[in-house]
Design a protein around this ligand. Structure first.
Ligand SMILES: NC(=O)c1ccc[n+]([C@@H]2O[C@H](COP(=O)([O-])OP(=O)(O)OC[C@H]3O[C@@H](n4cnc5c(N)ncnc54)[C@H](OP(=O)(O)O)[C@@H]3O)[C@@H](O)[C@H]2O)c1
Length: 261
């Protein structure tokens, strides 16, 4: 008898975001049927809002897996998860794959606290789930040091980052989405841990300049947590795309270089 081929139907929340887009691409490239949730009507997306709950039940109807990449920078992320979990129960309990951040339990930031709360909520929800923490994305680190391409002297905090490429994280999430629920899985980090000064220099160089970078200490609990490496995963140098490779691939890197001449 030929084995029955079962298609996995997957919903990607935040599928229009910087991480969600490559997740959708990966899953589609693997032949999966993917729905993308967005608040904004557009061709090929399922309309829905995790803040109000509008459209969420229909978006989850018949799905086997939800890759939850939607996020809220104003602390409502746990409310998003509650809305999702309620709809998931009605939809028969699909596998929820949640992306979190390395150090949410060590760095005292409001956004991190809401992500930790969301992890705890999912862990206690009784729903099949997988939680993947990742280190900072390349784009965030590049934004932090964007001033490096403009200022003659740039003060940078005396700490390190382990930036990771969203394409690498997306590949991991796609694998997790097609695997059994695993609870919290090992952290996923970028391939290198680099001092902020070195990262700022790389951003400056991508714009065709060299800058005097001055490492400085910053007072406060949050800086101490970062300086202590609370956001790093040194045991997990998993990503393959380095920060400099990412910068070289940015469309506007050439424009900045041109302007600098
Ligand atoms: N950035 C980092 O360095 C980093 C590092 C590790 C982990 N992460 C995690 O990775 C995840 C993805 O981050 P990202 O940078 O890709 O985010 P992003 O680019 O800012 O995208 C956010 C997404 O959330 C969706 N969204 C926001 N509010 C919504 C709502 N009320 N209802 C439905 N969808 C909503 C948006 O969809 P529409 O606007 O189309 O509705 C958008 O696709 C987040 O959980 C983040 O914490 C980020």
């Amino acid at each position: 008898m030929t084995p029955e081929v079962v298609d996995v139907r997957i919903l990607v929340t935040g599928g229009t975001g910087q991480l969600g887009r490559p997740v959708v691409e990966r899953l589609r490239a693997a032949g999966e049927e993917v729905r993308v949730l967005s608040r904004r009507p557009a061709p090929g997306v399922v309309p829905g809002d995790l803040r109000t709950g509008r459209g969420i039940d229909s978006a989850l109807a018949g799905v086997d897996v939800v890759v939850h990449c939607a996020t809220d920078f104003f602390g409502r992320e746990t409310d998003f998860a509650r809305t999702l979990a309620e709809a998931a129960r009605w939809a028969g309990g699909p596998h929820l794959v949640y992306v979190s951040i390395v150090g949410v339990d060590r760095v005292p930031l409001g956004y991190y606290r809401s992500k930790l709360e969301t992890e705890e909520f999912l862990a206690a929800s009784g729903l099949p789930h997988t939680i993947q923490r990742a280190t900072q994305f390349h784009a965030l680190v590049r934004t932090l040091f964007a001033g490096a391409s403009r200022l003659p002297v740039l003060p940078v905090p005396r700490l390190s980052f382990q930036p990771v490429d969203v394409r690498d994280v997306a590949e991991r999430l796609a694998d997790l989405a097609l695997s059994d629920p695993a609870g919290r899985v090992p952290d996923f980090g970028g391939p290198e841990i680099l001092a902020a000064a070195e990262l700022a220099q790389a951003v400056a160089e991508a714009s065709g300049r060299r800058r005097r970078i001055v490492p400085v200490s910053v007072p406060g609990e949050t800086f101490r947590a970062y300086a202590g490496g609370g956001h790093l995963a040194p045991e997990h140098l998993d990503g393959t795309i380095t920060f400099r490779q990412y910068l070289a691939g940015q469309a506007d890197a050439g424009v900045l270089r041109y302007r600098a001449r």
